[in-house]
Design a protein around this ligand. Structure first.
Ligand SMILES: CC(C)(COP(=O)(O)OP(=O)(O)OC[C@H]1O[C@@H](n2cnc3c(N)ncnc32)[C@H](O)[C@@H]1OP(=O)(O)O)[C@@H](O)C(=O)NCCC(=O)NCCS
Length: 148
């Protein structure tokens, strides 16, 4: 099942984020801010038997949504969980009348880029040196929602 995260999910999210993103992980303080203070932030959790195995963070900035983070625990990857989190967000976006969902992704991150392209996201531009840990470029990917 998918549910919205709250302050009680902080430690679990920080642990997963560190495992998945290493040096580039969001800090505990950043997650805490997203969960408890940032009014435009929503984080959705994908849970199996109450264990969180995936999450998707976004900023709802109507009429747009920006995806800020997406992760699935390694042993649960390639089972469609990332895709289900994206569908969940796209359903919400339609309900809210959003016209565009955007995100940044490392240009080396083939699995993520493939997933986003399957969901109708297109590469619009490259942001040079966007990731400070290794100076990697990011693709800006956008999905237009108009007319769907
Ligand atoms: C990106 C991520 C969230 C995807 O989650 P997931 O649950 O594995 O996603 P799904 O199972 O729904 O889909 C994975 C897709 O990636 C594709 N894929 C997997 N490994 C791949 C590879 N090495 N090269 C290209 N595509 C690949 C598969 O084709 C699959 O698409 P399909 O099922 O439609 O064929 C997950 O891999 C992850 O957490 N990665 C580490 C963190 C990360 O990079 N997050 C994205 C930040 S923008």
């Amino acid at each position: 099942m998918i549910r919205q995260a709250n302050g009680e999910d902080l430690n679990e999210l920080v642990e997963m984020e560190r495992l998945l993103f290493g040096k580039g992980a969001w800090s505990k303080a950043s997650f805490n801010y997203e969960l408890t203070e940032n009014p435009v932030s929503k984080i959705f959790l994908y849970q199996l038997n109450k264990q969180t195995v995936g999450y998707l963070g976004c900023w709802v900035l109507l009429p747009q949504i920006q995806i800020t983070t997406l992760g699935v625990l390694p042993e649960f990857q390639n089972r469609g969980i990332g895709g289900k989190l994206l569908w969940h967000l796209e359903k919400l976006a339609k309900q809210l009348g959003v016209n565009e969902i955007s995100l940044e992704v490392r240009i080396s991150n083939r699995p993520a880029i493939t997933l986003y392209q399957r969901h109708g996201f297109e590469i619009l531009a490259k942001r040079r040196g966007y990731y400070q840990d290794n100076d990697e470029d990011a693709y800006l990917m956008v999905k237009e929602m108009d007319g769907e």
